[in-house]
Design a protein around this ligand. Structure first.
Ligand SMILES: [Zn+2]
Length: 211
C-alpha cells in the first residue's frame, strides 16, 4: 500500500473542492488510494479506468470498476457494480439497504455520471467523494446537479466533495485514451483538464463498420 505522502496532501490542498464546500482528511485520501487500485484494474482490463469503493462504518463493503466492455453492457459503470455488491452485502448481513446506503460514503476516482448519480440517489447514498470532474456526463455538478436538485421522488439529496486526487484520476484516463483502446467507440477520446470521458458510449464496442 502506498503511504500518504506530503505530495499527496499538498496536491489535495491545492485542489479546488468543487461541491458542497466540504473538506477531505487523511482517511479520505487513504480510501481514495484504494479506489485507484480498482481504476488501475480497469485500465489493465481495457476498460475506462474508473474505480470506486463504498465505505460503511469504517469498512469497505463494496468495490467496483467499469465493466462496460467486458459485459457489453453500457450501464456497468463502477458505481453500479458497487451498488449491486452493497445490496448483496446487506442481504448476507441481514441489514436494511436504505439504512446502510445512507450511512455510506462512495469514493470514486471520477465524478459519477448522470445515470450513476440518479442511481445513487435512488438507493439513498449518504455521501460521495470523487477525484476529477466529468465535464461531459457529470451528474454531481459538472453537467447536472442530480445530487442536489429538487427531485424528492428520486431520493434524498446527498453531499458531494470533488477534486480529491484529481490529477491522478486525469492521468490514468489519459493513459487509457492514449493507449489506442480497441474497445473504445469512435467518438472523440480527448481528455482535458476537467477530464472528459466517454463512459456512456464505451459499450458500443467492436462495431461492424470498423475495418
Ligand atoms: Zn456512471
Amino acid at each position: 500500500m502506498k503511504e500518504i505522502t506530503h505530495t499527496n496532501l499538498q496536491f489535495l490542498a491545492d485542489t479546488e473542492m468543487r461541491q458542497g464546500g466540504g473538506t477531505c482528511n487523511n482517511v479520505d485520501v487513504q480510501w481514495m488510494e484504494t479506489s485507484f487500485k480498482y481504476a488501475e484494474d480497469a485500465l489493465i482490463n481495457k476498460e475506462v479506468p474508473v474505480g470506486c469503493i463504498i465505505v460503511f462504518e469504517n469498512d469497505i463493503i463494496a468495490t467496483g470498476r467499469n465493466e462496460v466492455n467486458e459485459t457489453k453492457n453500457a450501464t456497468r459503470h463502477a458505481e453500479v457494480v458497487a451498488i449491486d455488491k452493497v445490496l448483496n452485502w446487506c442481504e448476507g448481513n441481514g441489514k436494511k439497504s436504505a439504512d446502510v446506503f445512507r450511512g455510506s460514503v462512495l469514493y470514486v476516482t471520477v465524478e459519477p455520471c448522470i445515470m450513476c448519480t440518479g442511481a445513487l440517489r435512488c438507493v439513498r447514498l449518504g455521501k460521495v467523494v470523487y477525484g476529477c470532474g466529468n465535464d461531459r456526463f457529470g451528474g454531481c455538478g459538472s453537467v447536472m446537479d442530480i445530487h442536489t436538485d429538487d427531485l424528492p421522488n428520486l431520493g434524498p439529496q446527498f453531499e458531494c466533495i470533488g477534486g480529491l486526487m484529481a490529477g491522478r484520476a486525469v492521468n490514468i484516463l489519459k493513459e487509457f485514451y492514449k493507449g489506442e483502446n480497441i474497445n473504445a467507440p469512435e467518438c472523440k477520446r480527448k481528455v482535458k483538464d476537467g477530464c472528459e470521458i466517454q463512459s456512456e458510449c464505451s459499450g458500443n464496442s467492436n462495431s461492424d463498420k470498423s475495418k
